[in-house]
Design a protein around this ligand. Structure first.
Ligand code: SAM
Length: 239
């Protein structure tokens, strides 16, 4: 998969995408993250990419010209079509479902805003969808783009050393993950639940499912309301 990021701060994306699982995915050739700076398409001596908003008001907006050229340049880099996603507090909230949808694509273009945002005509005519990482306002789209790259990158086949770890993660089956423990068995902070050391895999699976259901019920009842529960899940919740 190839992800192109249009940003005034390419070094931010380069540093985030070069480490951990995403860095490894790039090394393994599973993911390619490239950046494109709209400033490289500015036509004046000052390499201007922003302008004052018509109608007055505070702040500046990213102008059409450099963004249009950056998007066109990135699109024409390969023959494959790519969805253009603008990171925006006004977009649809990013979910694991959306991450999975992105992860199945061959290409994605992420557009990062700065200042007060982007001229609305860019959003209307050149952007396919808007995605938000939460109900708060960041100073730029780069952090949000890094979130998308990380969540999408780790889902590329072969990116995680154990593919099963993504399957048990929170949200994959619609619920939160169960608690996990490692050595030591006993500590001043508490003991590992005995069932996990019993070797009884059927009982361990059942215990984990019950924990995941219980946690979801306590912390995210909205998730439980959305999943369709099978007979075992209903029985575990009733216990
Ligand atoms: N005036 C804009 C508004 O209220 O909708 C906010 C502009 S914000 C200061 C600058 C840029 O940060 C935005 O263009 C967007 O790319 C990015 N951004 C801010 N908050 C975000 C969020 N919650 N999710 C994704 N991107 C965000």
């Amino acid at each position: 998969m190839r992800i192109d990021v249009i940003t005034l701060f390419p070094e931010f994306i380069d540093s985030c995408a070069g480490i951990g699982v995403v860095g490894r995915a790039q090394e393994r050739g599973l993911l390619q993250v490239t950046t494109c700076n709209p400033r490289d398409f500015a036509t004046d001596n000052h390499r201007t990419v922003d302008g004052r908003p018509f109608g007055g008001g505070p702040g500046m907006l990213m102008t059409i010209g450099p963004l249009r050229d950056a998007i066109e340049s990135v699109k024409s880099a390969t023959a494959q079509s790519a969805r253009v996603v603008y990171l925006s507090p006004q977009g649809a909230r990013l979910t694991q479902e959306k991450v999975l949808e992105f992860a199945r694509m061959d290409r994605l273009i992420l557009l990062c805003g700065r200042y007060e945002g982007v001229d609305e005509r860019v959003l209307e005519k050149l952007v396919d969808e808007e995605v938000s990482i939460g109900d708060y306002v960041l100073s730029g789209g780069e952090l949000a783009a890094a979130v998308v790259i990380d969540a999408v990158g780790r889902l590329q086949d072969g990116a995680l050393n154990d593919a099963q770890s993504a399957e048990q993660d929170s949200f994959t089956d619609g619920l939160l993950d169960c608690p996990h423990y490692t050595r030591p068995v006993s500590d001043a902070l508490g003991d590992v639940p005995e069932i996990l050391m019993s070797g009884d895999h059927a009982m361990i699976r059942r215990w984990r499912r019950k924990q995941a259901l219980g946690r979801s019920w306590l912390r995210r009842p909205d998730l439980l309301a959305r999943v369709s529960l099978d007979d075992e899940a209903r029985a575990l919740l009733d216990e």
